[in-house]
Design a protein around this ligand. Structure first.
Ligand code: SAH
Length: 371
């Protein structure tokens, strides 16, 4: 598909055209985020050929918007049927896209909706990259009304950050994820420090990241500080128990000299007690890691509740007193099932559905692709 092709592939496809076309098309697609049909510097016949030979991978099914327009969840269908989701989040100081790296997930974490639904297939490089390109375009379209410059690349809604925290386990699709990282970095111009890969703790992948050629951020979904509880919450822990995970994290920090962060979803009476904070603080302090607390978001397959707001703040305070650098992640998009752990690629009933600027459609309407 369109974003699967690399420069060499595009050059091969454009053999016979003037050499500068490759750069022109590439810059149009990535630098300016245009669709082939909008590549107005390119002859019409060539545009049509590109459109024909390099179809896009994602068909938009629904778009759910919340937080006064600051959060948008996209539900896409892939050519062979699977559905995936992408979340676009505007903040005061940045705009972040949260991308999926697999359709479904094989890790089976008990409290995560994606894990509850199981694995469908790996996403290709193009399917990962296109999520960012399409989200960027959507953000731009919805703000063109107040854009005064008309210059899309300098608009306020430039994508500043990409987090690999959507559906799937990025390090279980390492090569394609890493190729997508490069495309985002090299061609979309997103700095490596603005790219974050989150893993459930796939040790061989962490070891590869430690020697990878771009300094992206690494987040590790820890959630438990002892094997008994972690085996239960995060079954991959049976394969890569805490000792091996923490050793890989230690090597990563030593080699890269970068700060790692641990994600910890707070589950009432499961991992939010005083002892849990003490153990987590020990681990985080050893590695000088940052801790990102995530208030548990509700999912259909997990009856246990998230910690109360008070408990979340008390837990954070406890960690801080022990010298740990802590942040509490906001629950962006939880009302449209767009928050952490809620992505499962089914259509929401009752959410504000929107496709295109301000057009509302019934939540169940599946819209075929325009192309
Ligand atoms: N597979 C990778 C990427 C997904 S990131 C990983 O596990 O890190 C999604 C983050 O949301 C992970 O930290 C995950 O543990 C967390 N999460 C999953 N279910 C959640 C839920 N119900 N509430 C809050 N966070 C959840």
């Amino acid at each position: 598909t369109l974003y699967d092709v690399d420069r060499a592939g595009l050059a091969a496809l454009l053999a016979g055209e003037p050499a500068y076309r490759v750069e022109q098309v590439w810059e149009g697609l990535y630098g300016q985020g245009r669709e082939p049909a909008e590549l107005t510097t390119v002859p019409k016949a060539l545009r049509a050929r590109l459109d024909e030979e390099l179809p896009t991978a994602l068909t938009e099914i629904t778009r759910s918007v919340t937080d006064d327009g600051a959060t948008t969840k996209f539900l896409w269908s892939l050519d062979d049927g699977p559905h995936i989701e992408t979340v676009l989040m505007h903040y005061d100081d940045r705009t972040t896209v949260c991308v999926s790296t697999q359709a479904g997930c094989a890790m089976a974490c008990s409290f995560c909706a994606t894990g509850q639904a199981g694995f469908e297939r790996q996403l290709s490089v193009g399917e990962i990259v296109e999520q960012v390109v399409r989200a960027r375009r959507a953000g731009r379209d919805s703000t063109t009304g107040d854009s005064t410059t008309g210059d899309s690349t300098t608009g306020a809604r430039r994508i500043s950050n990409v987090v690999f925290m959507g559906m799937g386990e990025p390090l279980a699709n390492y090569d394609r994820t890493w190729a997508a990282v490069h495309r985002l970095h090299d061609d979309l111009g997103i700095g490596a420090r603005h790219l974050t890969i989150s893993t459930v703790g796939v040790v061989p992948g962490i070891r590869r990241l430690a020697v990878a050629d771009l300094p992206v951020n690494l987040a590790v979904s820890l959630h438990a500080a002892d094997d008994e509880l972690r085996d239960e919450l995060v079954p991959i822990n049976r394969r890569y128990p805490l000792a091996s995970l923490l050793e890989a994290c230690g090597d990563y920090v030593t080699r890269t000299r970068r700060r790692l962060s641990f994600e910890w979803a707070l589950i009432s009476d499961v991992n939010d007690r005083f002892e849990d904070a003490a153990r987590l603080a020990g681990i985080a302090n050893d590695l000088r890691a940052h801790v990102n607390l995530i208030p548990l978001n509700p999912t259909p397959g997990y009856a246990v509740r998230g910690s109360s707001r008070n408990r979340v703040h008390a837990f954070a305070g406890d960690l801080r007193r022990r010298g740990v650098n802590v942040t509490i992640r906001d629950t962006r998009g939880s009302d449209i099932d767009a928050a952490c752990g809620q992505l499962r690629a089914v259509q929401q009933r009752g959410a504000v559905q929107q496709r295109g600027a301000g057009h509302h459609h019934a939540p169940v309407a599946i819209r075929p692709s325009a192309r």
